[in-house]
Design a protein around this ligand. Structure first.
Ligand code: NAP
Length: 470
């Protein structure tokens, strides 16, 4: 039998597990999917915005994979903590696939970035997605102006959430604390600011267009921003997605002043690069930008002209970055683990038994589905190595070894108990399922089965029976 640990239960981890058990060239593979959270699904649970129910419904197909009898979910197990180093993990399994994503935000590197009121958009996303690490976060939502820096899909998500009415979020699984804070929000005007033009923006058209459908919110674009870029006048050479984005932006730029009037506005600004976040008394008051212009190669150059946009809240949505895991090689410039077709490279050579997939392999880009071929490539490398890997002896019972280190894995039945607790919480609030936001609450719900009449002891059925209906 080949025992494989997949570290990370997000899309790349689940697709890797699926690719490993869903083939017939190497029989008898067992995959343990470890996650530092007691909950599976990674960014599908903790990154996809709550009002994107269709994308979130992908959890259903990830769930089917995790309920395969050859796959075991082990939540609340943090690799890198309590002596569970990559080297120790490799003693427990024939192979380990790291699918740990890109857990941090990129920094802007401008003065004022750490003023009160300036936050990473990824932190804001974690907060409204009920990530337990963000449970105690507070965002200054009391002032009317907000600036979102960046022109990717995260920028669009946080912009949308800032202007969405609470009534529209209430039917979602957004945690109650975030819903209450957003309901009381005084934010009225959100400026989403890109350093390049609409022809180079990274958001996708569906997400962009959605900004124009929000009740009570006007989208404003300054036609002068579009006039700066020759590509806006003749978009024929652009990739289809950029062309479509441009069409949407141009329609907003030419809309009559009264169109879509409402109490809130989203202003899309282009060709402005942030140079400083300004504040008074330690609190953000504005962002200073330098006007840029196209450099003819898809980039921009500064013009020496500056502009300030007043804001009480700044969300920096300039991308995620991978975090090094002590004991695993890391390319700090790219924020990824060096690899060849998914095989981890140590000093330029493939490290037997160590693999990567997803954002930690290729960087934080692409949509959820992009992880599928990425995971398949890694699984193919692992399967090609399987005969050699299987010859190495490993611990007979990895779960016992994890417990000996002080980890208490939350099994699939524990996750199902969390789901039930979230449904009960929603019932009590007169809502659908509502996410539990804190570590204590998640762990308490997962271990609910320890009580008489609760779900079975998570420790007693650590192996997940296929399709178990607890
Ligand atoms: P992203 O797509 O890489 O966008 C980052 C944005 O930040 C770009 O506009 C970039 O501008 C800008 N930026 C970077 N450094 C900057 C700086 N120093 N100053 C000003 N602007 C700067 O990243 P993301 O939005 O975090 O998204 C990550 C991935 O998740 C993407 O693949 C995205 O599509 C995906 N995602 C998808 C969805 C969805 O499908 N609904 C939702 C969320 C995220 P330049 O282009 O000029 O570098």
């Amino acid at each position: 039998m080949l025992r494989v640990a997949v570290v990370g239960a997000g899309p790349s981890g689940v697709y890797t597990a699926q690719a490993l058990v869903g083939q017939n060239t190497v029989p008898g593979i067992r995959v343990d999917v470890l996650d530092r959270l007691p909950c599976p699904y990674g960014l599908v649970r903790y990154g996809v915005a709550p009002d994107h129910e269709k994308i979130k419904s992908l959890q259903g197909s990830l769930r089917t994979v995790l309920e395969d009898e050859r796959i075991t979910f082990l939540g609340d197990v943090e690799v890198g903590a309590r002596g569970l180093t990559p080297a120790r993990l490799l003693e427990l399994y024939h192979a380990v696939v790291y699918c740990v994503g890109a857990a941090r935000d990129r920094r802007l590197g401008v003065p004022g970035e750490d003023l009160d009121g300036s936050f990473s958009a990824t932190g804001f996303v974690s907060w409204y997605s009920a990530h337990p690490d963000a449970a105690s976060e507070r965002f200054g939502l009391d002032r009317p102006g907000a600036v979102v820096i960046g022109a990717g899909n995260v920028a669009v998500d946080v912009t949308r959430l800032l202007v969405r009415r609470a009534a529209e979020l209430r039917p979602t699984d957004i945690p109650q604390g975030a819903l209450t804070a957003l309901a009381a929000s005084g934010v009225r005007d959100v400026h989403m600011v890109a350093r390049r033009g609409p022809a180079q923006a990274r958001f996708t058209t569906k997400e962009l267009r959605e900004l124009g459908t929000l009740p009570g919110t006007r989208v404003l674009v300054d036609p002068a921003d579009l006039a700066l870029d020759p590509a806006c006048a003749d978009p024929s050479g652009l990739p289809a997605v950029n062309r479509r984005n441009l069409e949407v932006v141009r329609a907003w730029a030419t809309a009559a002043p009264g169109d879509g009037a409402g109490p809130r506005s989203v202003r899309l600004r282009f060709f402005l690069r942030p140079v400083e976040i300004l504040g008074t008394g330690g609190r953000v008051t504005a962002v200073r930008f330098e006007r840029t212009e196209p450099d003819g190669t898809g980039g921009v150059r500064g013009t020496g002209r500056y502009e300030e946009i007043a804001a009480g809240l700044v969300l920096r949505a300039v991308g995620y970055r991978g975090v090094p895991l002590p004991g695993l090689p890391f390319d700090a410039a790219r924020g990824t683990v060096p690899h060849a077709a998914g095989r981890v490279l140590r000093d330029g050579s493939a490290s037997p038994g160590e693999y990567v997939a997803g954002w930690i392999k290729r960087g934080p880009s692409g949509v959820i589905g992009t992880n599928r071929p990425c995971a398949k490539e890694t699984a193919a490398s692992l399967l090609a190595d399987a005969a050699a890997l299987a010859r190495r002896p490993v611990a007979p019972d990895p779960v016992a070894a994890l417990r000996a280190l002080g980890h208490e894995p939350v099994p699939w039945s524990g996750w199902l108990a969390i789901e039930r607790a979230e449904a009960a919480l929603g019932d009590a609030l007169g809502r659908g399922p509502v996410k539990i936001q804190d570590w204590e609450g998640l762990r308490g719900a997962a271990r609910e089965g320890d009580r008489p009449g609760g779900i079975p002891d998570p420790g007693s059925d650590i192996r997940n029976p296929a399709g178990s209906d607890v």
